[in-house]
Design a protein around this ligand. Sequence first.
Ligand code: PLP
Length: 413
Amino acid sequence: MAVKLPIYLDHAATTPCDPRVVEAMLPYFTIVFGNPGSRNHRFGWEAEEAVDTARGQVADLLGADPKEVVFTSGSTESNNLAIRGAALMYEKAPAGSGQPRGHIISAIHEHKAVLDPCKRLQKEGFDVTFLEPPKDGIITAEAVAAALRPDTVLVTIMWANNEIGSINEVPRIGALCHERGVLFHTDATQWAGKMPVNVERDSIDLLSMSGHKIYGPKGVGALYVRRRKPRVRLVPLQDGGGQERGFRSGTLNVTGIVGLGKACEIAKAEMDADGERILGLRRRLEDTITGRLDVTQINGHREKRVPNITNISFGFVEGESLMMAVKEIACSSGSACTSASLEPSYVLKGLGVGDDLAHSSLRLSLGRWTTPEQIDYTAGAVVEAVSRLRKLSPLYDMHKEGIDVSKVEWAKH
Ligand SMILES: *Cc1c(COP(=O)(O)O)cnc(C)c1O
């Protein structure tokens, strides 16, 4: 049977909603439409009940207490609330005192939704250390330990990287932070719902997750906020009705929250089987591509990666032509379209991948409904495209003849 095109291999950007999630959400648009804040009638109570159920489902996925779950609009908001909220709550010196207001540790290859709140705090008088990962992309507990200072208020290190899938040493970093009495936040958007989490075992104080990366709806997410040992407090980002223990004012997005809860329930039940199947497909994809093409490189750690992400660089092809040549495969390139120019991915650059290889890289991210037929088609299409583009490359010819192209001295003109 012919494969239906285009093929979606961009699940790290967003996932389709699971039909079981949509079904669970539907009654909450029209029938149970109440405001959970309405305390004096059935419409409100039933909406509140639905939110409570979802809170339990999210907590269950994380090994948390339902009271520790704060619903947000997604991981961007969760990250902002965690980082800004904790920094402002626990600052060591007031603004304008001449001392740093506090110290934060993060890493250069975090998502923008972590980097930018950190940079804003930096402008406002906090010191921030952005750790630089080794080539495998993994931030170790030792790297964090070496950066800790007496005035460190927060460590924020993502669990799995969204571009390369590499897994940071989160449980070890959490244990270190707890030992030193420093709060630990992790952006678990690419981890929670795919791999096991237990906030107690993993020593996590704050954890961000998002509905639309785990087959739930867009525009809803959660922040786990530890309530004991230690009890974490946060300065809220917005003021209003005091919902969500005052951490996040605003009428709750009941339909979205019901969807997130259902997505978490399904994820918990199916993650082992899904993960294993998806890992098998990714291996098949990587083995076919690297087996049939030379001068390719898989970015990030070979083993310590989430099962659904692969990021491959292809030598001797031009990035834009490669993307054009595989248009029927919906995936991401190693180039980020900034306003005017095509910049190589800061994540790949952060791992020391050169600009050319960063531009000519593809992030392929698999999902719940990815089939072996889609993977075989994709592998074939990529191999064909790269081979065709290399036929046009004099540099690749020179490489084949055994010339070290990086050492060639080009004539100046
Ligand atoms: C997608 C993503 C985000 C942003 O999440 P939204 O819910 O879209 O705001 C943050 N961090 C990581 C690692 C992501 O992959």
